[in-house]
Ligand binder design. Structure first.
Ligand SMILES: [Zn+2]
Length: 186
């Protein structure tokens, strides 16, 4: 992964996410985030009571419009972006509203590389849009085809999955070592 930014200082206004066993993780979940341009700005939204996630930051990764990937929550913590799937999910948010427009080419390219490396770590390609995961949202409007569908109908989720399958390489070293070597924060 390139350009991973530890934005821990920007997130101190949010509450600490709960710890989890990284061996339980088995799913990458894609979201949209149209409240801010980057994770630091987004943290100010989620730190408020009306932010909707108990003042915790809900995404592990934030992909900005220019393709910059920011890691906002350690992978050993459960980012609360997907209700029942928080313990097993890696939450990836793309800045923008993909109900109305596709991600930028730079964003999509970064998302493919991120999801591909995370799939290699998981040992399987299991990448889903938030609305595709049963029990991962409380608002019925978030169902597939609903007005709040996440990340939204303009996000090419099948293209991302196909990229991950085409680039799948089983990890031959320790799985945690693999993540660290790629610049991820555990
Ligand atoms: Zn979502």
């Amino acid at each position: 992964m390139t350009d991973c930014t530890d934005i821990g200082d920007g997130l101190r206004i949010c509450q600490e996410c709960h710890g989890r066993n990284i061996d339980d993780v088995n799913l990458v979940i894609i979201h949209r985030s149209h409240v801010a341009k980057n994770a630091r700005q987004s943290a100010f939204f989620f730190a408020k009571p009306e932010g909707g996630t108990g003042r915790k930051f809900p995404y592990h990764f934030y992909i900005c419009e220019d393709g910059q990937i920011e890691q906002a929550v350690r992978l050993t913590k459960a980012a609360p972006g997907a209700c029942n799937s928080n313990r097993v999910g890696i939450q990836v948010a793309l800045c923008g509203d993909m109900r109305k427009a596709p991600p930028t080419p730079a964003q999509l390219a970064s998302c493919k590389v991120l999801c591909s490396e995370l799939s290699n770590f998981l040992g399987q390609v299991r990448v889903k849009g938030h609305s595709e995961v049963p029990g991962s949202f409380g608002d019925p409007n978030k169902r597939v085809g609903g007005p709040e569908e996440c990340p939204g109908k303009c996000f090419p989720i099948d293209e991302v999955r196909q990229y991950c399958v085409a680039n799948f390489v089983p990890v031959s070293v320790d799985r945690r070592e693999y993540l660290t070597s790629k610049g991820y924060i555990l």
